[in-house]
Design a protein around this ligand. Structure first.
Ligand code: IMP
Ligand code: MG
Length: 181
């Protein structure tokens, strides 16, 4: 359990070791796809640790991808409720390339759907999607990830890059918050 200043605890759901094994397996799946001039696009901020581990695992599987970032924000009701806005767009050339979007968690599907559409519009040859956690909730928009790390219960999770109000990103594991009664 990790202690937070607010007397909450984070109960581990996926350990650092489990995550490392799964990330390496995902890298193997991606490397087997014979991608053309691959560009990894990490969705900021939540995927930054996952993406950092994934690209190093891809190196281990013989891939030499370029990496870029898209910073997306969601506005409206709830954490993931509303409209998606681009806070920082991908700078790399996209046309004719195979892009792999990397995100931390698939919830309503709006973020991934938006990012995929955006990169397709910009002329990618193909856009694949890689999600660390697939939350067990009904999707608001239809999007099926090509690569999935773990199925995840419908709980708010933190750690390994994911935050609650800017906290907990530094945890090496993924967990759910439990309030001290
Ligand atoms: P979607 O657009 O509803 O699929 O939401 C995806 C984004 O919402 C993710 O990229 C995360 O940034 C954020 N998100 C959704 N659920 C969680 C969670 O349980 N913990 C932390 N972030 C989350
Ligand atoms: Mg996100």
């Amino acid at each position: 359990m990790a202690e937070s200043p607010a007397a909450e605890t984070v109960k581990p759901l996926f350990s650092a070791e489990e995550i490392a094994r799964r990330v390496d397996a995902l890298a193997g799946e991606i490397a087997a796809c014979d991608l053309n001039d691959p560009l990894i696009v990490a969705v900021l901020k939540g995927s930054f640790i996952f993406a950092a581990d994934l690209i190093r695992a891809l190196h281990g599987h013989g891939l030499t991808p370029e990496i870029d970032f898209i910073f997306l924000g969601s506005y409206g009701p709830g954490t993931t409720g509303g409209e998606i806005k681009i806070l920082r767009d991908v700078e790399s050339a996209i046309e004719g390339r195979d892009v792999v979007i990397v995100d931390d968690i698939l919830d309503s599907g709006r973020t991934l759907h938006f990012a995929k559409g955006r990169l397709e519009e910009r002329g990618a040859r193909g856009v694949k999607t890689c999600i660390l956690l697939d939350k067990d909730v009904p999707r608001a928009v239809g999007v099926t990830p090509d690569f999935t790390g773990f199925e995840c219960p419908d709980r708010f999770v933190v750690g390994y890059g994911m935050d609650l109000g800017h906290r907990y990103r530094e945890l090496p594991f993924i967990g759910v918050i439990e309030s001290a009664a």
